[in-house]
Design a protein around this ligand. Structure first.
Ligand code: SAM
Length: 313
């Protein structure tokens, strides 16, 4: 099962390697055994690379989340390879049998409903199990919604944090956002359209209304639109525009300014001093103005300070 070459692109892949089989006139060859993790479009069916098409044509089976959904994409590209469902409900149960088939010399492609498998999508258990027994797991990269959103957001991309989906329930979501209040890297989230308004409002609470953010909606699709502004303006715009809460979306938020983070390190000391002299509400207002931290984040610090010892209220 050892791999004898490092990929399928370029001349090195042609006819070399045990079990490599050429796919039509593409010059690409399929390794056996292998699990190809293939990215598919996030809306525009044309965003499927020629290499991805060749691999989807050449493997023995395509594992997908929803066979009816994926069949439409495959038909559009004239791909007739058999499909098998591998989704979050059966993945763990079916991994053993799938890995046996791989180990016996088959080649599979793993796709998801859209974009890159395993990115907020199933596939982790299968990829881990195949890798653990030495089956080559090969990436066929392509569309990914959060990368597409970051590439057009105009916010720093040298360092970023992909947070995937936030918890759906308000309290848990606010708690998660609070833990990110001092994060200086750009933050990227997936969110369901019907929660956009509530999530942006919670972000104002956790990060402050002045933070720059972008909502990238329906990327690569007919009604693609991008909303840019501070979190505070975005809340107002989203509430005023019914279209903003339709379709699929990614939220990208600037990280905390370094100065605010430095201030955060001193926030507890500052709050301690203020709370000894004045009431919570005034302490909160002064600390917010001095540190630039979000109201909710500071309020939580006050509660934490309360838990840590006697408070001057
Ligand atoms: N695996 C996918 C990827 O590579 O991006 C993500 C799958 S996740 C289940 C689906 C979420 O991705 C959507 O709820 C939305 O947040 C985001 N998304 C997918 N397609 C999108 C698009 N065309 N425009 C904006 N966001 C999109």
């Amino acid at each position: 099962m050892s791999r004898t070459h490092q990929g399928l692109s370029g001349e090195e892949a042609l006819g070399t390697g045990t079990g490599a089989v050429s796919v039509g006139a593409t010059g690409l060859s399929i390794e056996r055994p292998a699990l190809y993790v293939v990215a598919t479009p996030i809306g525009n069916l044309a965003d499927l690379s020629p290499r991805a098409v060749a691999i989807l044509r050449g493997v023995d089976t395509i594992l997908c989340e929803d066979t009816r959904h994926s069949r439409r994409l495959l038909e559009a590209h004239g791909i007739t390879t058999p499909l098998q469902a591998c989704h979050e409900h059966n993945e763990r149960r079916s991994v053993g049998a799938l890995v046996e088939r791989l180990a016996s010399g088959q080649a599979f492609a793993l796709i998801s409903d859209a974009g890159t498998p395993l990115i907020s999508d199933p596939g982790y258990a299968l990829v881990a199990a195949a890798g653990a027994v030495g089956v080559p797991v090969l990436a066929v990269p392509g569309a990914c919604a959060f990368v597409a959103a970051l590439s057009i957001a105009g916010l720093p991309t040298d360092r970023f944090v992909f947070e995937g989906f936030l918890p759906a329930r308000g309290e848990a979501r606010r708690e998660r956002l609070r833990t990110l209040g001092e994060e200086t890297r750009t933050l990227v989230f997936y969110e369901a359209p019907h929660r956009l308004s509530a999530t942006l409002a919670d972000m104002v609470g956790a990060f402050g209304g002045a933070r720059a953010a972008v909502v990238a909606r329906e990327l690569t699709k007919r009604f693609e639109s991008t909303y840019r502004g501070t979190l505070e303006n975005l809340v107002a715009r989203v509430d005023a525009d019914a279209n903003a809460t339709r379709g699929e979306l990614v939220i990208v938020v600037a990280g905390a300014p370094a100065a605010a983070t430095a201030g955060a390190a001193d926030a507890d000391r500052l709050l301690g001093i203020l709370l000894a002299e004045t009431d919570r509400k005034t302490a909160l207002r002064i600390a917010q103005a001095l540190t630039g931290l979000g109201r909710n984040a500071l309020y939580q610090r006050i509660l934490d300070l309360d838990g840590a010892g006697p408070r001057g209220d």
